[in-house]
Design a protein around this ligand. Structure first.
Ligand code: PXP
Length: 248
């Protein structure tokens, strides 16, 4: 059984499109509320809730994260940049897991994996702090052997392999086969080094047919496709349909 973490950032994206000033503090009429959505996502069978508190607060706000911490019944996975301020925030929040992602203000979404080698000391400090606090750290990385070996060396318990390149190549058969090969080899290596293998980014109702075949897959984090599908079917059916397609 592959587990499903649902990334609910884009519920907050819709809210921020209208309530840019009010969202962080107002309740009631400010909609859609990502916390209410998270409860429905859990009821539909999701195994965890993922949010990315970005430095520019373009979608999820700090207050959302605290409310989620108090409300959800599954697991909270906080995606964050590897900075001292975010590390300090996570240690106060105590999510079940954090996922370290690269972050730049210019990008539309997280466009590449974390450069663990390039930021080795900062990443190591964050992993150590989380390990000491009993919070699992996941490193969002490309399926690159150098990054995977280093993730294991720095004692990160989990990796999340970036499936964006595979998703982009999906309708180009040779490119898709090449990207699948990289992901499958990365998953095998990570598993061999004792890492829990998660994956995510760009996974949708079509390419899940390929993604689900990856070896050693523990959990997928999926956001945009599920939130988009929910506009047509409602969130309950959107989550259930993805779970059906993940596990057949
Ligand atoms: N995993 C990570 C680490 C991400 O940064 C994102 C995007 O926020 C996702 C998964 C979900 O990607 P998508 O919205 O394309 O499903």
């Amino acid at each position: 059984m592959i587990l499903l973490g649902v990334n609910i950032d884009h519920c907050a994206t819709v809210r921020q499109a209208r309530y840019r000033q009010a969202a962080a503090t107002a309740g009631g009429a400010v909609e859609p509320d990502p916390v209410a959505l998270a409860v429905m996502v859990e009821r539909a069978g999701a195994d965890g809730i993922t949010v990315h508190l970005r430095e520019d607060h373009r979608h999820i706000q700090e207050r959302d994260v605290w409310r989620l911490r108090e409300t959800i019944a599954t697991r909270l996975n906080l995606e964050m940049a590897c900075t001292p301020a975010m590390t300090e925030f996570a240690l106060r929040l105590r999510p079940e897991s954090v996922c370290l992602v690269p972050e730049s203000r210019e990008e539309v979404t997280t466009e590449g994996g974390l450069d663990v080698a390039g930021g080795r000391d900062r990443v190591a400090a964050c992993i150590d702090a989380m390990n000491a606090a009993g919070i699992s750290t996941s490193l969002f990385i490309d399926p690159d052997p150098v990054q995977i070996e280093l993730a294991a060396k720095l004692r990160a318990p989990w990796v999340e392999l970036h499936t964006g390149a595979y998703a982009n190549a999906y309708f180009d058969a040779p490119a898709r086969a090449a990207e699948y090969g990289r992901l499958a080899a990365g998953a095998a290596l990570a598993h061999d080094r004792g890492l829990v293998v998660n994956a995510g980014h760009g996974v949708n109702y079509v390419n899940i047919a390929g993604v689900r075949a990856l070896p050693h897959l523990h959990e997928l984090n999926i956001g945009h496709s599920i939130i988009s599908r929910a506009l047509f079917t409602g969130i309950d059916e959107a989550v259930r349909e993805m779970k059906r397609r993940m596990n057949g």
